[in-house]
Design a binder for this molecule. Sequence first.
Ligand SMILES: Nc1nc2c(ncn2[C@@H]2O[C@H](COP(=O)(O)OP(=O)(O)O)[C@@H](O)[C@H]2O)c(=O)[nH]1
Ligand SMILES: [Mg+2]
Length: 421
Amino acid sequence: MDIKTFRAKTMRDALELVRRELGPSAAVLHTRELNTGPLGRLVFGRRYEVAASAGVNVPSRLPEAVNDQGAGSREHGARLEYEVPSTKYESPLGSHDCYSMLQAPSSTLSAVPQAHLEADYRNRYRDDFRQQMVGQLDELQAMVEKLCERANAAPAHDLPESLFEAFTDMIEAEIDESIAREWIEEIRADGDPRAMADVVLVKSRIAQLLEEEVQVAGSIKTGADRCRVVALVGPTGVGKTTTIAKLAANYRLREKLRVGLITVDTYRVAAVEQLRTYADIIDLPMEVVATPREMREAVNRMGHLDLVLMDTAGRSPRDEVKIQELKSMLSEAEPDEVHLVLSSTAGAKSLIATAERFADVGTTAMLLTKLDEAHSLGHLVSLVRGGTLPISYLTDGQNVPDDIQVAQRRALAGMLLGIQG
Ligand SMILES: Nc1nc2c(ncn2[C@@H]2O[C@H](COP(=O)(O)OP(=O)(O)O)[C@@H](O)[C@H]2O)c(=O)[nH]1
Ligand SMILES: [Mg+2]
């Protein structure tokens, strides 16, 4: 089959080229618009491509009735000018099933005047053009609505420059828009001209506002009187085991406490081995438990220690059964503290949902990991603002035991706002 490709600035010109080169009964096999992207259009302008062949015998796109009527039935031909052909037709600018657009096959040629076919093509071209316009208008409307939403979300336009800059910086840092607006309005309402004098002062005032709202848990409470049991829970891969190792090393090697490890993460051999490696390096007793009874026994056996750190298997917050399993396991251990480990690389919504879901197992604090990996930390503001659990520790690297610190309100507020402390 001899297929040729023709390109022109308009579809009409491309078809004219086909007609001139391959004759009026050529079959159009495919059409498409080139340079469909805005940049391509700008640089190269619109271009259309038509693939056609003179050697393809395309069935008539006219209904049988016309063929049956035979030549000379001009009335039918005229009426059919407005009928949609039975062959699939998407758009003269998009792809088509094979159809003969330039002229119907010779058997039906006399039934449908050329002018009708061209009018038919023009009608469809107009319809498609209309559809495209409607689509573009819809897109435009959506863009305008989004812009309006943003404009409404932004504080009043007569904002002092420093407040406006602080606001846009907060949005850039992925702080929730409504929170950013609330703070800006609050500072403006304060009416202190010195506080609004420049953006650095505005930001330090914002940090102060956040600091007042952030709750921190402090370090694990250890006392000489009795063994403290602390469990780390959370989704998979957030850094629970690594953080246990960091905590264990710090309490054993720096605080000189008697520390023991229990792991409930028997789902993966590698998980047990991972913790055992740390236990061996730091020289700590370690127990692996698989049932609530074993848990109770292990905790009793370690009752003489100062601190027992418990590693658990990662749980999807959406897996109700696994959450309940974890809950019954923990209820046997009766931990003093349950830290929910959350990776700061997760989105705000998912973090908040996870925190809500794990509340069921009795979480007492949140521990934020992978601060070093997060692009920005502004999204954590919604999570740590008042009303949720206090933050215990922050981790910012894979190094055991160094990359961990106890969360401090001021430092945390500055960190979340991207202000160097
Ligand atoms: N960059 C970075 N990686 C971390 C941090 N904490 C843990 N990781 C890494 O995250 C991965 C999963 O950690 P792991 O402790 O096994 O997670 P678990 O499944 O919650 O126990 C490992 O490669 C860790 O080295 C952190 O604070 N920063
Ligand atoms: Mg683990």
